[in-house]
Design a protein around this ligand. Structure first.
Ligand code: NDP
Length: 334
């Protein structure tokens, strides 16, 4: 298959706010080593991590093509690639997916094969489900193995990762205390199984948590908001509670003395999804488990809003402006 000489991508060449996001044309990648694969993307899931790369909170060489997950069709493979062929439809995790074509330089990247007759809707779902779904799934099993009967705090409960967390933790028999900024978001969390909801903009979170847990506090706080919620999460934990700090939506947590963990013997983790799906076995185990949960109807997943690739800047503004719920995805022009 001959590929066009240029393709459309969304990238940034310098760190900054929304104005550094560029929808532009660059040379289409080509196969240069025997292990290369080129995918023609159909959909690319949007994740909050793009804001960190754009702002320089996470470092990456520039220019940086945004995107961390997608679905599409394999259109070229190097001579040493024997696990994928041209024409295969796949869903995968990789940098550089806000693009018509993405080159992956290792054939053992994190991917699943989709059936040859996968529909446009299938491509949308599978290109959008893994990053947030696997974050929640691996975290409730490994960062803090949630137990039935426990009280668990979930921040940004109507967000992409949050919607998965609420369902997975509820399925494990624990009591989710969901936090969000609006009634609409709290209603979403409640519908997905949250036992208690708190509007953190209007209510005293620690006081409500103490009331709900008979003064004890929660067994764990899954906190993706970071900077502005650190203290609240800490204060809401019970003795020997676990603080899973996994995001910076409001900015990175300000450095603090370790002694803040001492009064309640708090356990603190700052995990990343990649650290739980590093081996092929881990990827196979968790990706299969996530899809089973969705296929069995135990976890609901849909795409809340689809944007055209050229409109990523609007998606970024909506996501970072706290205007969205659930999963956002980009439709890639064909
Ligand atoms: P979300 O859909 O959760 O969107 C972010 C949400 O965070 C907002 O809707 C908002 O919900 C809440 N929020 C609170 N304060 C702010 C603020 N100041 N600015 C923006 N948002 C705020 O995004 P994702 O599901 O994509 O990601 C959720 C978090 O999980 C991110 O922090 C992300 O970086 C992290 N993450 C970490 C991973 C890891 O491996 N460690 C992997 C994947 C995601 P509300 O209005 O209800 O407060």
């Amino acid at each position: 298959m001959s590929l066009p000489s240029t393709h459309h991508v969304v990238l940034h060449e310098e760190n900054g706010e929304y104005e550094v996001i560029k929808y532009t044309s660059v040379p289409t990648p080509t196969i240069t080593t025997p292990h290369d694969i080129i995918v023609k993307n159909a959909y690319a899931g949007i994740n909050f991590i793009e804001a960190y790369f754009r702002k320089g909170i996470y470092k990456a060489p520039l220019p940086y093509i945004f995107g961390r997950e997608a679905s599409g069709e394999v259109v070229a493979v190097g001579d040493a690639v024997n696990n994928l062929s041209v024409g295969d439809k796949i869903a995968y995790l990789s940098p550089g997916t806000f693009a018509q074509y993405t080159k992956i330089e290792d054939s053992h990247f994190r991917h699943i094969k989709l059936p040859a007759n996968a529909s446009d809707e299938d491509l949308k779902i599978y290109g959008s489900v893994f990053l947030q779904g696997l974050t929640a799934l691996t975290f409730v099993h490994e960062a803090y193995p949630v137990q039935a009967g426990e009280y668990i705090l979930v921040w940004a409960a109507a967000g992409g990762v949050g919607k998965f967390l609420v369902q997975l933790i509820s399925n494990l028999g624990a009591n989710v205390i969901a936090l969000a900024s609006t009634k609409e978001k709290l209603d979403i969390a409640k519908d997905l199984g949250a036992k208690y909801v708190i509007n953190y903009k209007e209510e005293d979170v620690v006081a409500r948590v103490k009331e709900i847990t008979n003064g004890e506090g929660v067994a764990a706080s899954f906190d993706s908001v970071g900077k502005v919620t650190f203290e609240t999460s800490l204060n809401a934990l019970k003795r020997k509670g676990t603080f899973v700090s996994y995001g910076n939506s409001s900015g990175p947590v300000t450095p603090f003395p370790l002694s803040v963990l001492t009064p309640k013997n708090v356990r603190l983790l700052r995990p990343s999804l990649n650290g739980y799906i590093e081996t092929q076995q881990e990827w196979d185990f968790y990706s299969k488990k996530l899809l089973e949960l969705i296929e069995q109807g135990k976890v609901k997943f849909d795409v809340s809003k689809t944007y055209d690739l050229k409109d990523y800047v609007q998606a970024a503004k909506d996501l970072e402006g706290q205007k969205t719920t659930g999963k956002l995805t980009l439709k890639i022009p064909q």
